[in-house]
Design a protein around this ligand. Structure first.
Ligand code: NI
Length: 206
């Protein structure tokens, strides 16, 4: 997921200004040139809307080895540089069920392999999301506010994550990526049409 926006007032509505979804702040005038360049460089590794890997379901992680941990470190660095709050391996073209996320700038990056939503609460809310694979696009998505996820960490140890609010949202968005589902499929018809129009226009040569 891309971090959300300056238009969002304050963190108690779940969207800290620095941290909306995977990554694309709507506008980030506070970034200095170096951070902007780092972000642009990181984004060159992220597959964009239209790439078939984003529509494909990823396979379970089976080997919890040093190679996996290196991949986790690389994903964490890319997510950090891209100013995202979540990143799925599929967005880098690696088709296994692995994601990283960090919902607060000072929190540790968490790696999650083979996540399963074990439970989701009945209460839902609609919030705006962004996605590193859909730069500049923001749509409203309704999701459960509370979820419990069972998964493995990068060493293969079992873990359970009880998540609420932004954390729950990011996890659900990234798990969708592992199933080949984009936020466009979770929004209203009108917003999807509008997003598709914006994507077509941004793809036109200048
Ligand atoms: Ni995304």
């Amino acid at each position: 997921m891309a971090a959300t926006t300056e238009e969002h007032p304050e963190p108690d509505d779940l969207e800290p200004p620095e941290a909306q979804e995977e990554g694309a702040p709507r506008a980030a005038p506070h970034l200095d040139e170096e951070a902007r360049e780092r972000r642009a460089a990181a984004l060159t590794h992220v597959r964009l809307f239209g790439d078939p890997v984003l529509k494909s379901r990823a396979l379970p992680v089976e080997r919890f080895d040093e190679i996996l941990r290196e991949e986790v470190a690389r994903m964490g660095q890319l997510m950090h540089d891209a100013i995202g709050v979540g990143l799925a391996a599929t967005q880098l073209g690696v088709m296994h069920r692995l994601l990283v996320y960090r919902v607060a700038p000072d929190a540790p990056i968490v790696a999650v392999a083979n996540p399963e939503v074990e439970w989701s609460g009945k209460a839902k809310e609609i919030l705006e999301e962004g996605c590193l694979s859909l730069p500049g696009i923001h749509v409203d998505v309704e999701r459960p506010i509370h979820v419990r996820i069972r998964a493995r960490d990068e060493r293969g140890e079992k873990m359970t994550i009880e998540a609420t609010g932004l954390e729950a949202r990011v996890l659900q968005h990234e798990i969708d990526h592992l199933d080949g589902v984009l936020m466009l499929e979770r929004t209203s018809r009108d917003q999807r049409k509008e997003a598709m129009r914006a994507l077509r226009e941004s793809a036109l040569p200048a």
